[in-house]
Design a protein around this ligand. Structure first.
Ligand SMILES: Cc1cc2nc3c(=O)[nH]c(=O)nc-3n(C[C@H](O)[C@H](O)[C@H](O)COP(=O)(O)O)c2cc1C
Length: 195
């Protein structure tokens, strides 16, 4: 394999491109597309979003200290891109993109009804990094689309929702399944041989 050095940059890809909804009143409700996001702790469940201070959403989130991460799918790809190219300073993104604000249970921010997974977050800390501020948040409630839960096993399967993936400036959907957690170390069943 022949390799070259590349300038230091944000090269961790692929990432999800999520729709973050914020605002405590309908007049304030806004949507921002975020790729700088991720899980940082299992218990308590914690995640982060990194937001540039010049975004319209920045002040709204900072004021309310609550937001919802809405996972995106194949059929939300256009809305996800659009909400990441237009500002709530000038547009009502909900109206423009035909998205519906829903009711979160524990936070003062709307969910996106059309998204299959709504993750309600409460900000614990804001860290100033440079271009972006990192909002570290605790997940206080998760709302999921019922049809993604297997009725018999109760297992949640997100692949059925065709999650959207952001890879160095481009959007993709997932390819086929190539394994499951732990499969590489699973013990192979012993084959009984007749003596
Ligand atoms: C795929 C994608 C990912 C983005 N990720 C981020 C991000 O992680 N942080 C950020 O501050 N802006 C990000 N943006 C840019 C904002 O979504 C964009 O500036 C948006 O118009 C801000 O909206 P607002 O001004 O209504 O808050 C992203 C845009 C796209 C298209």
């Amino acid at each position: 394999m022949s390799k070259v050095e590349f300038k230091p940059g944000t090269m961790i890809y692929p990432l999800p491109a999520v729709l973050v909804s914020c605002g405590s009143t309908p007049e304030e409700y806004n949507l921002i597309t975020i790729a700088w996001t991720g899980t940082i702790c299992s218990d308590p469940p914690m995640c982060y979003i990194s937001v540039r201070p010049e975004r319209h959403s920045y002040e709204i989130i900072k004021k309310n200290m609550e937001f919802v991460i809405n996972l995106t799918t194949d059929n939300l790809a256009r809305q996800t891109d659009w909400c990441g190219c237009r500002s709530g300073k000038k547009f009502d993104k909900w109206k423009e993109m035909n998205l519906t604000p829903g009711k979160a249970r524990l936070v003062n921010a709307p969910t996106v009804v059309e998204s299959p997974v709504n993750i309600e977050c409460k900000v614990k800390e804001i860290i100033h990094l440079g271009t972006h501020d990192m909002f570290i948040a605790e997940v206080v409630n998760v709302i999921v689309e019922e049809s993604l839960i297997d009725k018999k096993t109760g297992k949640f399967d997100l692949s059925g929702a065709k999650p959207l993936v952001y890879n160095h400036g481009e959007y993709f959907n997932l390819g086929g399944k190539i394994g499951k957690f732990g499969w590489s170390v699973e013990k192979k069943p012993k084959i009984k041989t007749k003596k």
